[in-house]
Write a protein that binds this ligand. Structure first.
Ligand code: DAK
Length: 257
């Protein structure tokens, strides 16, 4: 399939989506978001793919939603806009998604990176929610996910005062997984994704679901949910295979069943 705003490729069991609007610093317009979701959903449905990487380029992961597209919006056009639906669909992706971030990850770009499951950042990565400078606030999870990640004090500075976080600060505050030199960040993200993609597929999906449940449930409900998912995995061939492989001191072969 050919796209206008993204490039896609695979590397073994890793599906890679790269934003391709370099002149607009990969601003997330409707077309890009639509193509992103089509590509991620196709990888999610492909048994040959175990993990995905979403990336931009060295200068910008994404500098936010497309301000030029939003400038004349009204509440009703925003509500009718399929844009919101793309973000909801992102939450439904079952396989792990890693954001490989270099340069600007601002506004919707930062929200998109945070909506992924893990973030590998280059040394030049800059995270921020500068919507306040446009007279708006984050609309795709920035106030929530940023606060969960870095805590209230810093999240207030980021959302109320447009403070940017460097890669080092983002790592100190638990927003990202690792920092890599600019020339290596994508390679490292793909390597990381390949490690994850080699793991038991059903268990991977359920582990992602269980961790994400933290954001939506009480501890008690989350523990009960985890336990149900845990029990369910004892119905898979992969659980039998994984434990047999351990006992017999051999590598496991996963079938995703
Ligand atoms: N939208 C459109 N174009 C953008 C853009 C953006 N967000 N960011 C940059 N560009 C364009 C610039 O207009 C410029 O285009 P030309 O003028 O050359 O045509 C080109 O990219 C290069 O930008 P600069 O010349 O400004 O480059 P600099 O290196 O000088 O500055 C910068 C880089 C990242 C500091 C600066 O471009 C900047 O401040 N950009 C805007 C960052 C920003 O405010 N982002 C937040 C946008 S609001 C929602 C979901 C999501 C959202 C809302 C709702 N729902 C589901 C409800 C998200 C909202 C946002 O993200």
């Amino acid at each position: 399939m050919s796209y206008e705003f993204i490039l896609t490729r695979t590397n073994g069991r890793v599906g890679i989506v790269q934003f391709n609007r370099p002149k607009a610093l990969n601003a997330l317009n409707r077309g890009l978001m639509s193509e992103l979701m089509t590509a991620l959903e196709a990888f999610d449905a492909d048994d040959g793919i175990g993990c995905m990487v979403v990336t931009g380029n060295e200068k910008a992961f994404a500098a936010g939603a497309d301000i030029k597209e939003m400038a004349t919006a009204t509440p009703v056009t925003m509500l009718d806009n399929p844009f919101i639906g793309y973000w909801d669909r992102l939450r439904q992706i079952g396989k792990p998604v890693i954001a490989a971030v270099s340069g600007f990850a601002l506004g919707g770009g930062c929200e998109l990176a945070m909506a992924c499951d893990m973030i590998v950042a280059s040394e030049s990565a800059t995270f921020g929610q500068p919507e306040i400078n446009l007279g708006i606030i984050p609309g795709a999870g920035g106030t929530q996910r940023m606060t969960y990640a870095v805590g209230k004090a810093l999240a207030m500075e980021i959302c109320l005062n447009g403070r940017f976080l460097s890669a080092t600060e983002a790592q100190q505050h638990g927003l990202i997984n690792r920092i890599v030199p600019v020339e290596l960040y994508l390679e490292e993200a793909i390597k990381f994704a390949a490690e994850i993609a080699a793991r038991a597929p059903v268990a991977l999906r359920l582990a992602k679901e269980a961790v994400n449940a933290v954001y939506e449930t009480s501890l008690q409900a989350g523990l009960a949910h985890e336990r149900r998912l845990f029990y369910m995995l004892f119905s898979t061939d992969d659980q039998k295979e994984g434990m047999d492989a351990f006992i017999n001191k051999r590598p496991a072969t996963w079938h995703g069943k």
